[in-house]
Write a protein that binds this ligand. Structure first.
Ligand SMILES: NC(=O)c1ccc[n+]([C@@H]2O[C@H](COP(=O)([O-])OP(=O)(O)OC[C@H]3O[C@@H](n4cnc5c(N)ncnc54)[C@H](OP(=O)(O)O)[C@@H]3O)[C@@H](O)[C@H]2O)c1
Length: 263
């Protein structure tokens, strides 16, 4: 593989994905942009190709559509020029769980969970064989915060975080880098798309700042990058507290508080 592998970015027509495209083009990488809005991607592709002299291909795909998703999986599995997957496409939902309904919930999981995991699964065997490659999964701080009123969205992002941490261990030893990025509120269209007013929020990060920080984490080969978190010891402490429980899960008997109550 060349020194600068091509980068496939999902959800590259706007927002965080479009900025990743901008930054990887600046770094001299060829790109494959994936989303549903072809016209927007073509405009971005033309601009980046002219500015940076890189090759930018656009592929229209609805990642909730199994046939479209299969085309992208095949591309990732077979195209040896692609050495980086930015698993960024994602959405949120308006309303509460009671209002959202099974159809919308299922569709959100199709995009945020199923498509992301299937794309990683499609590319991982090739990357592992090659002993190189990177998978960047865009999660969210809401994956840590079920209290914040976005139950299904938050749960999809908890999946992305957990998957990334597991893949980091499984694939890291095969030479493949896996990063989870956890943005907090960032100024993109995701808010309007899910019926929310981003201007009503405090502490919203600009999308360029978010991606530039995430790329610092990428260059440092961090497993988990939380761009807005001022003190990274808080994440380290949280992770350590989780792991401290692990040894205590190995018990042949239920804990006393249950055992005693069941007698
Ligand atoms: N902005 C935030 O505050 C924030 C915070 C934490 C995490 N995130 C995460 O960051 C990622 C990017 O979000 P964003 O804020 O940049 O949102 P955005 O501006 O709404 O962009 C989402 C991107 O995903 C694409 N997409 C949506 N549905 C798709 C589908 N069915 N098939 C293929 N592509 C699809 C959209 O393109 P088309 O419409 O052209 O398909 C668009 O390019 C998401 O995973 C999101 O959950 C965002």
């Amino acid at each position: 593989m060349s020194a600068r592998p091509a980068v496939l970015i999902t959800g590259a027509s706007t927002g965080i994905g479009a900025v990743y495209a901008d930054r990887f083009a600046q770094r001299g990488h060829d790109l494959v942009l994936v989303a549903r809005d072809l016209a927007r991607m073509e405009e971005l592709a033309a601009w980046l190709a002219a500015r940076d002299g890189v090759k930018v291909e656009v592929v229209r795909a609805d990642l909730t559509d199994r046939a479209d998703l299969a085309r992208i999986e095949k591309r990732l599995a077979e195209d040896e020029r692609i050495g980086v997957l930015i698993n960024n496409a994602g959405a949120s939902l308006p309303g509460t769980f009671v209002e959202q309904g099974a159809e919308a919930v299922g569709k959100l999981i199709d995009l945020n969970v199923t498509a992301l995991a299937r794309l990683a699964a499609a590319v991982a065997p090739r990357f592992a064989r090659e002993g190189s490659g990177a998978i960047v999964n865009i999660a969210s701080v809401l994956g840590l915060l079920p209290e914040y009123g976005a139950s299904v969205y938050g749960a999809t992002k908890a999946f992305v975080l957990s998957l990334s941490q597991g893949l980091h261990i499984e694939l890291g030893e095969r030479g493949v880098y896996v990063q989870a990025v956890l943005p907090a509120a960032t100024r993109t269209e995701i808010w309007a798309r899910s019926g929310k007013d981003v201007n009503a929020l405090q502490g919203v990060m600009e999308v360029g700042d978010l991606v530039d920080a995430a790329l610092v984490g990428y260059d440092r080969r961090e497993t988990v990058t939380i761009p807005p978190l001022p003190d990274d010891r808080q994440w380290a402490d949280f992770d350590a507290a989780r792991l401290a429980m692990a040894a205590n899960f190995t018990q042949s008997q239920p804990a006393g508080r249950y055992r005693d109550a069941a007698r």
